[in-house]
Write a protein that binds this ligand. Structure first.
Ligand SMILES: NC(=O)c1ccc[n+]([C@@H]2O[C@H](COP(=O)([O-])OP(=O)(O)OC[C@H]3O[C@@H](n4cnc5c(N)ncnc54)[C@H](OP(=O)(O)O)[C@@H]3O)[C@@H](O)[C@H]2O)c1
Length: 239
């Protein structure tokens, strides 16, 4: 696998890397949205390294409600390396949550040191903001759903240059539709989950017109654990 530079040259938003693990039939979890172990130890370590080198890691509220992730860097070596570089042990953890449905007890708000951001829209009421504000920086962007372009601008102004997005498929769809993704790392594991409604890499409404399809450029293909890791750069619209 060759090295390449991850940097955005002409816009003031972070370089955005989507990272997911999917089954051989393209599902991120079961149709009940129950978390599934898709990858193995080597991919787990790779994801931990990617997280440790990122300035922030983002998920949608659907993932927080389904999995209650902490989004922390797990390796003590990687956390100490971050500290040596003068950084917090963990990247900024960002939850995209229009109405602030997140529980004040959510792991992401408590486990590990570091900054948390919960992004909401104008649908979030003041009582919810008051409950979350002592635990996280609350950013309000958008009238209905969170305005992701505005949120990325805000993250950039907080010093975020590389943002890792861990899912789920609804959030990833919106980022792709908005032209806000630069790179996709996708581990494909050795199992079939099935289910019409099971989450995939990009859910949402989908594109109907071919001209809107997003084209990718293959960067690398690597056998890993019992599956394969694909890395793509987002090249832009089909036409
Ligand atoms: N295998 C993997 O790598 C992986 C990784 C992550 C997650 N997952 C799985 O994915 C599933 C969760 O995915 P999901 O699609 O249900 O949820 P999600 O993408 O994590 O979160 C989606 C939610 O975010 C909120 N949101 C706010 N603004 C948004 C915007 N502009 N665009 C899109 N969403 C916005 C919406 O809820 P509000 O309108 O209420 O704010 C929306 O329903 C779980 O089963 C989890 O296990 C798998």
């Amino acid at each position: 696998m060759f090295e390449y530079i991850r940097i955005r040259c002409n816009t003031m938003r972070p370089y955005v890397i989507v990272n997911v693990a999917m089954s051989a039939d393209g599902k991120l979890s079961t149709r009940q949205r129950r978390q599934v172990r898709i990858s193995g130890e080597e991919d787990f370590k790779r994801v931990d390294r990617l997280k440790a080198e990122s300035d922030a890691v983002m998920v949608g509220i659907g993932t927080v409600l389904a999995d209650d992730p902490s989004l922390t860097v797990k390796s003590p070596y990687l956390t100490s390396q971050r500290r040596e570089k003068g950084k917090e042990e963990h990247p900024i953890r960002v939850v995209v949550d229009s109405r602030l449905r997140i529980s004040p007890d959510a792991s992401v708000l408590h486990k590990g040191e570091g900054i948390r951001v919960v992004a909401c829209s104008r649908l979030a009421d003041d009582a919810r903001i008051c409950a979350i504000a002592p635990l996280a920086t609350v950013i309000r962007a958008g009238d209905q759903q969170v305005d992701l372009a505005v949120l990325l601008d805000e993250l950039f102004s907080m010093g975020v240059r590389q943002l890792m997005v861990e899912g789920g498929g609804t959030l990833i769809w919106s980022l792709i539709e908005g032209g806000l993704v630069d790179e996709i790392s996708c581990f494909i594991g050795d199992l079939i989950i099935g289910g019409d409604d099971a989450p995939t890499l990009a859910d949402g409404t989908g594109f109907i017109k071919e001209a809107l399809f997003v084209k990718l450029r293959l960067i690398s293909v690597e056998p890993l654990d019992q599956g394969v890791l694909l890395c793509w750069k987002v090249a832009g619209r089909s036409t």
